[in-house]
Write a protein that binds this ligand. Structure first.
Ligand code: ATP
Ligand code: MG
Length: 445
């Protein structure tokens, strides 16, 4: 059956312009895959027999995105489209980068360098689908399969083993057995891959629709290279009434239980890793993990830094990880105390994590925790509605007010403001300038 795909006008314009000048041009790779699946492609990539200079000569506005690798971005109507010359990737030096790329006039040679059959199809509205490796069949069968000999492909670029798992999570596809075996055989080669590229693939897997496929990283020995602590979590039982499974499986349930967001999914993945170093067993044989949240946050900081995450993401994951098991009694007073540690703007997300965490525990734990979190959520709404103070910036006095009232600036002033905040968290109605100044001056705060 012939395939007919809907492609944007601008893309058609580019294909036509190249064709009119005597060049071949196709849409290729991820966009063909996504268009066949009825998913909206992230970007429309074009592959062509034209050399980069020939491409540039045909369009008014172009950017030399990766001219050495043959990529020129064509700008039309504020959108950019990558147009890449057919190329053969040269020998790979170290499983990282091709030593050099060679341009070719042959589409099939270009398709041959691509990673998976579902990513190695090209399409032209006139010619139809060019599918040399059974990509369409694998799409229909929902299978990720390496193009050609899997060992060769993963030898060339070990990042592809992460991409395989990532696509299987994004598309909910299986991995073809020979490809799967080769992935496991090449896990060690990930040591050659840059932290940035690893970060991208792990994150895409985590924020996919099927984050449970993260387990494939364990099953193929990838975590033993990139994240051995994950394997250790899977091997750590939790002998107490709060839990029904080991730390690792509990962790995966939390990952699947929070929304598909980078900070939330990474927090879920790392929230309990500190249990590895804090486990104690009491006389009754019950396991405890005192202080694990803090240890998890410390680990998360180093781990995410090594993966070259931006500071904001690291800070947020560490904040949520540190406070994921904050204690509540349902009173607004305790809720305000927890809010003061994470900030009002972050509290709903913290509660989301806490709920997903509870949902991944035993029935006993769920019965204890879930109704309490409902009460906390109601309290939070009350606190917001009443605009109650939970931070220094919301306090009715600031340093300037205290100086005017005759208090000397310095370290003690910071402590004084902090103690006023603590007071106001207990007694919200005291967040009034005169009341706080009097408390400050009388030293009663
Ligand atoms: P998405 O953009 O959704 O992440 P994609 O399949 O478009 O998925 P890109 O990284 O944008 O992935 O790459 C575009 C195409 O380039 C792929 O479909 C594939 O054909 C090829 N490709 C990308 N990275 C590699 C790689 N490491 N090895 C071989 N081919 C690759
Ligand atoms: Mg893409």
């Amino acid at each position: 059956m012939s395939v007919s795909l809907t492609i944007p006008e601008n893309v058609k314009i580019i294909l036509k312009a190249l064709n009119s000048a005597g060049h071949e041009a196709y849409i290729v790779g991820g966009c063909v895959r996504d268009a066949i699946l009825g998913r909206t492609p992230g970007d429309w990539d074009i592959t062509t027999s034209a050399m980069p200079e020939e491409v540039k000569a045909l369009f008014r506005r172009t950017v030399d995105t990766g001219i050495k690798h043959g990529t020129v971005t064509v700008l039309i109507g504020g959108e950019g489209y990558e147009v890449t010359t057919y190329r053969i990737d040269g020998e790979y030096e170290d499983g990282r980068h091709p030593k050099q790329v060679t341009f070719t006039r042959s589409l099939s040679e270009d398709l041959l360098r691509r990673d998976f059959t579902i990513n190695a199809m090209a399409y032209h509205p006139g010619t139809g689908l060019v599918d040399l490796f059974g990509g369409k069949e694998d799409l229909d069968a929902r299978i990720i399969r390496a193009v050609g000999v899997p060992d060769d492909r993963f030898d060339e670029d070990a990042l592809r083993i992460l991409r395989a798992v990532r696509f299987s999570a994004q598309l909910d596809f299986g991995i073809e057995p020979a490809t799967m075996k080769s992935i496991a055989d090449h896990a060690e080669n990930l040591r050659l891959i840059s932290a940035e590229r690893i970060r991208v693939e792990l994150t895409k897997t985590l924020i996919s629709d099927h984050p449970e496929k993260f387990m494939t990283f364990h099953e193929t020995g990838i975590t033993s290279v990139l994240f051995p602590e994950f394997d250790q979590m899977l091997a750590m039982p939790q002998e107490n009434p709060w839990h029904c499974c080991d730390v690792g499986r509990h962790t995966m349930k939390v990952v699947c239980g929070v929304p598909a967001d980078t900070v939330l999914r990474w927090t879920a993945l790392l929230h309990d890793v500190g249990k590895l170093w804090t486990k104690t067993i009491d006389e009754e044989g019950k396991a405890h993990f005192y202080g694990h949240a803090k240890r998890s946050a410390e680990f998360a900081e180093g781990f995410l830094r090594d993966l070259k995450f931006d500071n904001h993401t690291i800070d947020m994951v560490c904040l949520f990880t540190r406070h994921h098991d904050a204690w509540f009694d349902g009173s607004d007073k305790v809720t305000r105390k927890v809010i003061s540690r994470v900030g009002k703007e972050n509290f709903p997300a913290l509660l989301m994590i806490a709920r997903a965490d509870a949902m991944a525990k035993s029935d006993f734990a769920k019965a204890q925790l879930l109704p309490k979190y409902d009460t906390v959520a109601e309290g939070f709404r009350r606190i917001i509605a009443a605009d109650q103070c939970t931070s220094l910036k919301e306090l009715a006095v600031n340093g300037g007010d205290l100086i005017k009232a005759g208090i000397k600036p310095g370290k003690e002033m910071g402590e004084l403001l902090q103690s006023l905040l603590t007071h106001v968290i207990d007694v919200p109605e005291d967040n009034v300038k005169e009341v706080l100044l009097e408390l400050a001056l009388s030293g009663r705060s």
